[in-house]
Ligand binder design. Structure first.
Ligand code: GDP
Length: 635
């Protein structure tokens, strides 16, 4: 035993004696960088406001905060954060940088944010528990090895079920592959409105101090090298009318000071010399100008035209940080100038120049997006991470006043070792047991393979599939029909795999307006026997516009603008309206899902309209004839 002991000693000695002398890692104890993960409405804004207010009381500061991380209208509708924001609070001499996280799988930003922090606050509602949208973000945090603090908010709600929410979150951690250490997360119960936190849900506290303490005790300070040359990985950029481009990221090593000569290192390793004209750190809601910033802090730098993923480094010894791997786009669609008969009526920005400028500008902020020109000057090809990613871009542009047309999305194939592969996603569904059969059939037809299925006590079934992204196009609507609107589905990109074989996604044809005019109850009433209508009476349509879904495979022209003979004028409107059952008004997502290859979606600030690419029946018939002849020649 004695000799074994000696050997062990020697090993230990050689190991401790060998570290590279130039690296002097230090754990900073006066800073904590945390990301906050929350579903919209679970109380993030209220909680951060409360932290800010109380940290000011601790510092005897003046102003009460306005709402910090407030979400915009689109974020509320979608239930996810789209743009990240920074806030910093001081607590007992420790600076806590709180970084907001975008809540969706399709944004490469999540990965960059996880690089910038050392832990996360997972905020969940005491009734709802963790929501599927926050899952992806949490998974990224756990993968990065971060510790989490669970904050169960709205503990005052009468239906609050803290134990249930805690168990559910624990299961989620295990599902996401948390390590034992990560699964032992501390839990705090809060009432964000009152600004109270407690480790025990039966005894509500009086302040948020237990939360502050948990952040400081359980989340490590940044591990940095203060002596090394300055290195900062740009995580986000913003623009200020006076200052110009501002790059934000965590200073990984060294110090930065105002006026310092730096180098911008881009993805290809190219160096551009620059000078730091202004330097900021975060304080409360504001950027605060400083002369110098030290490693570990989150810093905003002006004067360097750096993009997301670039490194800002000391000019004397420029060393790039490992570039952040950004996931490849999986889906693409075209964005083109609106050339429908209604073009230019509803949008503020309608030209191809405006469209191009806007799309290329988006690349600055969104590194997961790709924009490319096509053979036509009026059409750009936009690629992103899934339907939601592209839908958010479309919706944002529409709200800004843009008018354009988009095509049916198509998956991006990839050559891997000489084999063509396609993207796959994880599909999670929750349905009532009696509806399971229909859903299993649906997923099967779209080449989904079942990975996991759990029957729950409440009569619901939770199932996980692996399914080609191709099979997801148009799935949502079919899924909702199969579950009578009650099923829940969520998807997560998994990666590429071998081609899955043919999938018929769009099984039914379109009902197409036969002439220009305004829809009438009379016309719609006659057309509704042919399928599912999308429009109410009184809507202006044009020849070739899609007004519904046919009950058969092929398209059908219908006359929805037909007027009733005057002799019948007396029958009341409500009488006729009652006969128009089940008009399905399409949301943007529905419309994008519905699109066939020979259709486009017209997007304007006022409307979405689906149209045939070829507006007249004659043109469409001729195109079909040509296709058939070409096929005939080929065979
Ligand atoms: P965010 O979307 O996550 O930023 O959520 P908000 O902070 O805007 O909060 C959403 C709603 O929940 C608001 O009406 C808040 O007043 C309310 N809320 C936030 N925290 C609590 C809480 O602890 N208890 C109760 N009862 N309501 C809360």
């Amino acid at each position: 035993p004695a000799s074994r002991f000696t050997v062990f000693r020697v090993e230990t000695l050689t190991r401790t004696a060998s570290p590279c002398p130039t690296i002097t890692h230090v754990k900073r104890n006066d800073i904590r960088n945390v990301a906050i993960i929350a579903h919209v409405d679970h109380g993030k804004t209220t909680l951060v406001d409360g932290m800010l207010r109380q940290s000011r009381i601790f510092r005897e500061n003046q102003q009460v905060a306005e709402r910090v991380m407030d979400s915009n209208a689109l974020e509320r509708e979608r239930g996810i954060t789209i743009m990240a924001k920074n806030t910093a609070v001081m607590y007992r001499g420790v600076k806590i940088n709180i970084v907001d996280t975008p809540g969706h799988a399709d944004f490469g930003e999540v990965e960059r944010i996880m690089n910038m922090v050392d832990g996360v606050l997972l905020l969940v509602d005491a009734v709802d528990g963790p929501m599927p949208q926050t899952k992806f973000v949490l998974r990224q945090a756990l993968r990065r090895g971060h510790r989490a603090i669970l904050v169960v908010n709205k503990i005052d709600r009468p239906q609050a079920r803290p134990n249930h929410v805690l168990n559910e979150t624990f299961d989620l951690f295990l599902d996401l592959g948390a390590t034992e250490e990560q699964a032992e997360f501390p839990t705090l119960y809060t009432n964000a409105i009152l600004g109270t936190a407690s480790a025990d849900h039966r005894h509500i506290g009086t302040t948020l101090e237990p939360l502050f303490d948990a952040i400081i005790d359980r989340i490590p300070g940044p591990d940095v090298d203060p002596e090394a040359p300055a290195q900062l990985l740009v995580t986000t950029t913003t623009y200020d009318d006076y200052i110009g481009r501002i790059a934000v990221g965590r200073l990984q090593s060294g110090t930065l000071h105002k006026g310092q000569a730096v180098a911008r290192i881009d993805h290809q390793g190219g160096l551009t010399p620059a000078k730091v004209t202004q330097l900021f750190t975060f304080n409360g809601l504001a950027r605060e100008e400083v002369d110098e910033a030290a490693a570990g802090d989150i810093v905003a730098v002006a004067g360097v035209e750096a993009g997301i993923g670039d490194t800002i480094a000391d000019a004397a010894d420029p060393r790039p940080l490992p570039p952040i791997r950004v996931e490849e786009p999986t889906l693409r669609m075209t964005f083109s100038v609106n050339n429908s008969p209604f073009a230019g009526r509803e949008g503020k920005f309608v030209t191809s120049r405006k469209l191009r400028e806007r799309l290329y500008a988006e690349l600055e902020r969104d590194v997961a997006l790709r924009v490319a020109d096509s053979d036509s000057a009026d059409t750009l090809v936009v690629s992103g991470r899934g339907e939601l990613h592209l839908a958010i871009l479309i919706e944002t542009m529409r709200r800004e006043g843009y008018e354009f047309q988009v095509s049916r999305p198509e998956v991006i194939l990839k050559e891997v070792d000489g084999e063509t592969q396609e993207p796959y996603e994880q599909l999670e569904i929750e349905v009532a047991q009696e509806e399971l059969g229909a859903v299993v059939e649906l997923a099967g037809r779209r080449r989904g393979t079942l990975k996991d299925m759990k029957y729950r006590d409440d009569g619901m079934v939770h199932a996980v599939y692996r399914i080609p992204t191709r099979g997801l196009l148009g799935l949502r609507q079919a899924f909702l029909t199969a579950t009578r609107g009650r099923g829940v589905m969520n998807t997560l990109i998994e990666g590429y795999g071998p081609l899955a074989g043919a999938i018929a996604t769009r099984e039914l044809g379109s009902l197409i307006a036969f002439e220009d005019g305004t829809t009438t109850t009379f016309g719609l009433n006659a057309a509704q026997d042919r399928g599912q209508l999308f429009l109410n009476p009184g809507i202006e349509v044009y020849e070739g516009m899609v007004v519904g879904q046919h009950i058969r495979e092929r398209d059908l022209e219908v006359n929805v603008v037909r007027k009733k003979h005057l002799t019948n004028m007396r029958s009341s409107n409500s009488d006729i309206a009652a006969k128009l059952d089940g008009i399905r008004e399409l949301s943007l997502d529905d419309a994008v899902e519905f699109l066939a290859d020979d259709e486009l979606l017209e997007v304007t600030p006022k409307a979405y309209r689906i149209r045939k690419r070829l507006l007249t029946k004659q043109d469409r018939d001729r195109a079909i004839g040509q296709m058939k002849r070409a096929a005939g020649v080929a065979s």
